[in-house]
Design a protein around this ligand. Structure first.
Ligand SMILES: N[C@@H](CCC(=O)N[C@@H](CS)C(=O)NCC(=O)O)C(=O)O
Length: 265
């Protein structure tokens, strides 16, 4: 039996749920409330010492890191049907899976410097925020979070994130010039690995990052959103009020973000 510890709107959890949907795999879900700090519970830390979601447990085997989970599920449960075949495609797909670490960091930066920053600062006292930060086990992640909450779009991490995304979008646009999916004609785990991140940018009201310069990304995202796995893995876990709050919270920062994006052209 597969057990997935996940968060309803966590991007890394979304991509694993999309994968489970694509492979048509039943699973038992354990939802964690990241705002309440469920990820810091001692029992959970034994599974995932980094205090992050998702974590997959398959018959006692613990698998962490969302892109590794995708790879594991496809190899062990899906017969490799989401894995591109051939030397060149295998290297390219492994590289994309590795790059999701940087892409995730960039999405985390954009969220916590805009919409999440607004929501957290509006609902918590500075003392409560300090308490939450103190529980983060990684001192660098803690410093990053504190800087984003304090400085918003002026934080140094924002330029880093935009540079990462500009490179990733350029490479996605080139890849999508070869076929409808990231690896060409065949839908693959690379599409699954990227959808939640790109979708989050759209949900924050930042689709302007690709609309004119990298239009293939918008077409690809629409195709991803039309798949049943998106409905089951992402849309089903997003409540309307929360989504609207995220859109408004992000969109208010679009003019500032767009200026920074233009500066990097
Ligand atoms: N590289 C990890 C990143 C996991 C991660 O950072 N997850 C976020 C949600 S998307 C989390 O659990 N955050 C907890 C927190 O912010 O305290 C993966 O892909 O699994």
């Amino acid at each position: 039996m597969l057990t997935l510890y996940h968060g309803p709107t966590s991007v890394c959890s979304q991509k694993v749920r999309v994968c489970l949907g694509e492979l048509d795999l039943p699973y038992e879900g354990v939802l964690l409330d990241l705002q309440k700090g469920d990820q810091f519970a001692p029992a959970y830390l034994l599974l995932n010492p980094a205090a992050v979601v998702p974590t997959l447990v398959d018959d006692g085997l613990v698998v962490v890191e969302s892109s590794l989970i995708l790879d594991y599920l496809d190899r062990e449960k899906g017969g490799g049907r989401l894995s591109p075949k051939g030397r060149t495609a295998e290297v390219a797909s492994a590289h994309w899976l590795l790059r999701t670490l940087d892409i995730h960091a960039a999405i985390n930066t954009l969220s916590f410097s805009t919409a999440m920053r607004g929501a957290i600062r509006a609902s918590r006292t500075p003392e409560e925020i300090a308490q939450i930060l103190a529980r983060m086990p990684d001192p660098v992640a803690r410093m990053k979070r504190r800087t984003l909450l304090d400085e918003g779009l002026d934080a140094v991490f924002v330029e880093q994130a935009l540079r990462q995304l500009r490179r990733a979008f350029g490479d996605m646009q080139a890849a999508l010039g070869q076929g409808p999916w990231m690896m060409g004609e065949s839908f693959s785990k690379v599409d699954v690995a990227l959808v939640a991140y790109v979708d989050r940018i759209a949900r924050l009201g930042f689709a302007g990052l690709w609309l004119e310069e990298f239009p293939a990304i918008g077409t690809w995202l629409a195709a991803m959103q039309a798949r049943p796995s998106y409905a089951a893995g992402i849309a089903a876990f997003a409540d309307a009020a929360g989504s609207e709050k995220m859109r408004q919270g992000g969109s208010a920062h679009w003019p500032g973000l767009a200026r920074k994006w233009e500066d990097l052209r």
